[in-house]
Ligand binder design. Structure first.
Ligand code: ISE
Length: 334
């Protein structure tokens, strides 16, 4: 049984605690931590009783904690990640790895130094069936080389505090990770095109946006990010290859014929669309613990996402093509 300590008991933290307690095989939550003690107490209740901490570091060093799940706000990740590496404990960290590329690099260097793969990052879309069908189809070679990818990432609406850079850091960060994983390539450059702004936006948010990413081998990716589309949580992906085009089967609902109409429901909730993917990523993290391996998104992926996101935010402001400049990928992550 893997004893898990959870740092961060907000909505997402409680969701993971419930998942581990009710649905995940081979793991239990033995400790929780939050700077707000009340939040930690509430979360401990969901786990059916767990030790309560207000300091993540103390939780990491608890001998009853084999592995750590970090769900605190992004700015707080770096210290706990470094501490967990020092303690030699396995980590599942929600996105982002860290809020700056420099901090991501510090964590990457520390993990390489430790000689052990300890960190899995919460890019759960890699566990979604639809994307895996596309990845498997590409791998057969039957469709030739991927050339172009078209993606849409639409939210029905966002809060009034959501601004232009958040379209990269909160939203398209998923495609940043997913697209390079789908085609097994890293990024070379990015650009952002700003269409006319929807009447549902405000002065701090340019919405929609078209984000363009070019991989090192020359695959061109366009992502329509539209976070006030009103009609649903609508995620699409098509990979155009030399000998065929692979389009994800979305929405994943039956097509209904009724009253002289044919319609397909689109969910409005990302947690509904990706529920199975969230469960699968945590189960995989737990299953890999016994073998001491990490199969999911790595620290390198978190670093690459942070550098690519920085380039996209720069491109939002400059309107130019911006280079994605990373350090050389360490052998450790190849
Ligand atoms: C949110 O944090 C997510 O992760 C969702 O998948 C994304 O669609 C949304 O825009 C983000 O704010």
């Amino acid at each position: 049984m893997l004893n898990v300590g959870v740092i961060g008991c907000g909505g997402m933290g409680r969701d993971h605690i419930q998942r581990i307690t009710e649905r995940i095989q081979g793991a239990q939550v033995t400790a929780v931590s939050d700077v707000f003690e009340e939040g930690a107490k509430k979360a401990a209740g969901i786990a059916g009783g767990a030790k309560i901490y207000t300091d993540g570091k103390a939780l990491i060093h608890d001998p009853d904690v084999d592995a750590v799940l970090i769900v605190s706000p992004g700015f707080a990740h770096v210290d706990d990640l470094l501490e967990a590496i020092k303690a030699g404990k396995r980590v599942f960290c929600e996105k982002p790895l860290c809020t700056t590329a420099d901090d991501c690099r510090k964590v990457m260097d520390a993990e390489v130094q430790s000689g052990k793969h300890l960190i899995q990052l919460g890019f759960m879309r890699r566990y979604h069936k639809g994307y895996n069908q596309i990845k498997d189809a590409i791998a057969t070679g039957e469709y030739g080389e991927p050339l172009i990818m078209h993606c849409t990432h639409r939210n029905p609406e966002v809060g009034t505090n959501y601004n232009t850079p958040m379209a990269v850091h909160d939203t398209v960060i998923h495609e940043i990770d997913l697209c390079h994983w789908l085609v097994d390539d890293d990024y070379d450059s990015v650009q952002v095109i700003m269409p006319k702004v929807t009447k549902y936006s405000h002065s701090e948010l340019k919405d929609p946006q078209i984000m363009l990413m070019r991989t090192k081998s020359g695959i061109c990716i366009d992502v329509e990010c539209f976070v006030n589309c009103k009609f649903g949580y609508d995620i699409n992906c098509e990979v155009v290859c030399e000998d065929g085009a692979l389009k994800m089967g979305t929405p994943m609902a039956p097509s209904v014929r009724k009253n002289a109409q044919c319609s397909t429901e689109i969910t409005t909730d990302c947690f509904v669309l990706f529920k199975d993917a969230y469960d699968a990523e945590i189960q995989n993290w737990v299953d890999c613990a016994a073998a001491g391996v990490i199969e999911g998104p790595s620290t390198w992926d978190g670093y690459l996402a942070a550098v690519t996101a920085d380039a996209l935010v720069k491109a939002q402001e400059s309107g130019e093509i911006e280079k994605v400049v990373t350090v050389e990928k360490p052998e450790f992550y190849k």
